[in-house]
Design a protein around this ligand. Structure first.
Ligand code: UT7
Length: 344
């Protein structure tokens, strides 16, 4: 007997040399907002220290009843609506996260919540570079003609994984989600990209498993532990970011046949205002072209780029056709850049 799927008409042959366009974005953050003064009740810190060292003034934190899936799904729904597609149009869902509700992956639950029944969904982890890595991965599936419509979500709830007694890290992070819809398009709006990693420096920023030996039976001991909270060597990560990020953006600009003065918006992972300023300065990009919203949200890891993109698009700052240089960087260590034009 012939299986059902073989009796269906064959899909059209994939178009060759197809382009990629970003046609929708969306975001969602938890309601609870905690400012720096409030944090000084938790650790020995001050609004003055946090704001002057990082630019962060407040962050959103997820209450126990809020899940990563909830905020990621809302962000995705907003992106789908802006793109003018339906959940059933989506072929692929990539969830970039380091703080999934389930270590086996949360993308499938988001797929179910959205009702994107035709899609295949999976999680991808590249820490704060996750969104850029996800976007580039999605573009490869589109360019080969495999998929037409892809949802890329960057979402993290690192408040669940930081050490709330470590003032060097807990003040930096916030929770949030952002999403974009990428679609096959006649013109290619992804002008260039580069992804990088250097595992030799992995110890500078970790959310590592801590194995506890557990004797199962005589002669068999396994590890049965938990995860450490986030640990970071802030100064090392700072130096890494201000060196590698301008370098990788310059490389992608060169490959795209563009110069820095042709960039309309610099959209970096929102880790620290001093990093945003230093990168812009190295690239000779004026500060008024730097998208920054970390004062309101802190470092939301994989969510920070699509969250800032969504705000800037909805505020009318980023207009169709605008050339955006984006870069993510963080644990791994990973970093990567992409240059794209917003819209079809
Ligand atoms: O998304 C992942 C990417 N992560 C990043 O991009 C983080 C990159 N690094 C940074 O942004 C900065 O290194 C930090 C903001 C994390 C720290 O700023 P810093 O200027 O490098 O400060 P520091 O670590 O050198 O600390 C300076 C002082 C220390 O005190 P002493 O030893 O000089 O007495 C810290 O103990 O500031 C102290 N300190 C604080 N004081 C008040 C550290 N955290 C705090 C705090 N409040 N929250």
């Amino acid at each position: 007997m012939i299986p059902n799927e073989l009796s269906l008409p064959l899909p059209p042959a994939p178009p060759v040399g197809i382009g990629v366009a970003m046609t929708g974005c969306g975001s969602s953050v938890p309601e609870v907002c905690v400012d720096n003064d409030t944090l000084s009740q938790v650790v020995d810190t001050s609004d003055e220290w946090i704001a002057s060292r990082t630019g962060i003034r407040q962050r959103r934190l997820a209450s126990p009843e809020v899940s990563l899936t909830t905020i990621a799904t809302t962000a995705a729904q907003n992106a789908i609506e802006m793109a003018g597609v339906t959940p059933m149009d989506i072929d692929l869902i990539i969830l970039a996260t380091s703080s999934a509700d389930d270590l086996f992956g949360s993308a499938g639950r988001i797929q179910a919540e959205l009702g994107a029944r035709r899609a295949v969904a999976f999680d991808m982890t590249a820490a704060c570079s996750g969104f850029v890595f996800g976007m580039v991965t999605a573009a490869q599936f589109i360019r080969t003609g495999t998929y037409q419509t892809v949802l890329v979500i960057g979402a993290d709830v690192l408040s669940r994984w930081v050490d709330w007694s470590d003032r060097g890290t807990c003040v930096l992070f916030g929770d949030g989600a952002g999403a974009v819809v990428l679609q096959a398009n006649e013109s290619d709006r992804l002008l260039g990209f580069e992804l990088c990693s250097d595992g030799r420096q992995h110890q500078s920023l970790n959310l590592a498993y801590k194995p506890e030996p557990k004797a199962l039976v005589d002669g068999v001991t396994i590890a049965h532990g938990t995860y450490h909270p986030v640990t970071m060597n802030g100064q090392e990560i700072y130096r890494f970011a201000v060196q590698r990020v301008p370098e990788v953006i310059e490389k992608v600009l060169y490959r795209s046949g563009l110069t820095a003065d042709q960039v309309d918006w610099l959209l970096l992972h929102q880790a620290n205002q001093r990093i945003l300023d230093a990168v812009a300065q190295r690239l000779h990009i004026p500060l008024h072209k730097v998208i920054s919203n970390l004062a309101h949200y802190g470092n939301t890891s994989a969510a920070s780029i699509p969250l800032a993109l969504d705000e800037a698009v909805r505020q009318g700052k980023i207009q169709p056709g605008a050339t955006i240089a984006t870069a993510g960087f963080g644990a791994g260590l990973t970093w990567g850049a992409a240059i794209f034009q917003w819209g079809r």
